[in-house]
Write a new protein. Structure first.
Length: 348
């Protein structure tokens, strides 16, 4: 098959745009030969279960799935009865970018709370965590937070613990959308466990494709209650891969030698470099803390479209002119420097 794209092309549109990490591709090749069991009855998925216990602690369990949306829907369904509602930020991916799947597919009512930085707090949770016992109100029985957030900010372990302690005191469970959990852990210099199990989270949608996998996400759970019915929900939600060994093998590669941290650290470092370069330019305003691999910035209107044509990125808020620039595991110094140099030239 002829190559249909320029392998040297690089954009700042999304970490989903990036290709696959060579170590991940090699893991797929290594898993490709011969016949093994399907639907998870294979040695790679079995080994992954052991690695997850090593990573997150005894009692941790992993269910590989196909998509991040599927991971979030299945995880939230497992945490909530049919009459429940889930509290989330207004910027949460489950609310803004999943085509209504949690509500339409999962049957889950989302109760949103506005935040200045994408991060919930116990006080913000309380704005929707009321009406328990009121038959006319969806029952707020879970909270979902995103790490790192849709605004590129990061919760500390203490901030997550404050939410989980408060939520649990109200009889609510806590789910963490970890599509970029690796970036948050790398940013803070802590383990994946420190941001999840040790912080009191009940379940996690642990991401892979934004950090170098070809295809695959996962649901990691820490209690029997959090995984109740998940084995059935994964099939019902069209997330059960028949050749699961290829999803599991990719996650094994990501855990092996802390590839997840190496890749996330590179992406984060490039975002920091990009923000530093942009901060020196006139008329450019960085709008959020650059905690992970995202830079949110307002550019002068006249340069937005020429820069988008040259480097491709997405608007975040058209009303304010805010755009989002995402760095990936394969972003390099020269990509960042070219963006800053081009913008400097256009501003001049």
């Amino acid at each position: 098959m002829p190559r249909l794209h320029d392998p040297a092309a690089h954009t700042f549109a999304s970490d989903n745009y990036a290709g696959a990490h060579p170590e991940v591709l090699q893991a797929i090749v290594d898993a490709a030969g011969g016949h093994v069991g399907s639907y998870g009855a294979d040695p790679y998925t079995s080994r992954l279960a052991e690695v997850v216990v090593d990573t997150f602690g005894e009692g941790a369990s992993i269910d590989p799935v196909l998509t991040g949306t599927g991971a979030n829907v299945a995880a939230l369904q497992a945490l909530t009865p049919r009459w429940a509602a889930v509290v989330c930020a207004t910027t949460a991916h489950v609310y803004t970018d999943e085509g209504g799947a949690p509500e339409r597919l999962g049957g889950i009512k989302l109760l949103t709370v506005a935040t200045p930085d994408g991060k919930l707090t116990p006080e913000l949770v309380d704005r929707q965590a009321h009406g328990r016992g009121d038959q006319q109100r969806p029952q707020p029985l879970a909270v979902t937070i995103t790490q790192s957030t849709e605004l590129g900010t990061v919760y500390t372990p203490g901030e997550i613990r404050a939410i989980t302690d408060h939520a649990h005191s109200l009889g609510m469970r806590v789910h963490l959308d970890g599509a970029r959990l690796a970036n948050a852990a790398a940013s803070l210099g802590v383990s994946l466990r420190a941001l999840t199990r040790d912080a009191g989270v009940d379940s996690v949608s642990f991401g892979g494709t934004k950090n170098g996998l070809v295809l695959g996400e996962s649901v990691v759970t820490f209690t029997e209650e959090a995984r109740a019915g998940l084995v059935y929900l994964r099939k019902m939600d069209a997330q059960l891969a028949s050749k699961m060994r290829f999803v599991s093998a990719q996650f094994l590669a990501m855990f092996d030698g802390d590839l997840w941290r190496r890749s996330a650290t590179q992406a984060n470092a490039m975002a920091t470099r990009l923000a530093a370069g942009l901060a020196e330019l006139p008329g450019v305003t960085i709008t959020q803390a650059v905690d992970a691999n995202a830079v949110f910035v307002v550019l002068p209107p006249a340069v937005v479209e020429p820069m988008r044509e040259a480097h491709h990125f997405y608007d975040w808020n058209r009303a304010t002119g805010e755009v989002r620039l995402m760095c990936s595991f394969d972003t390099r110094d020269e990509h960042v420097d070219r963006f800053v140099d081009d913008l400097r030239a256009m501003l001049a």
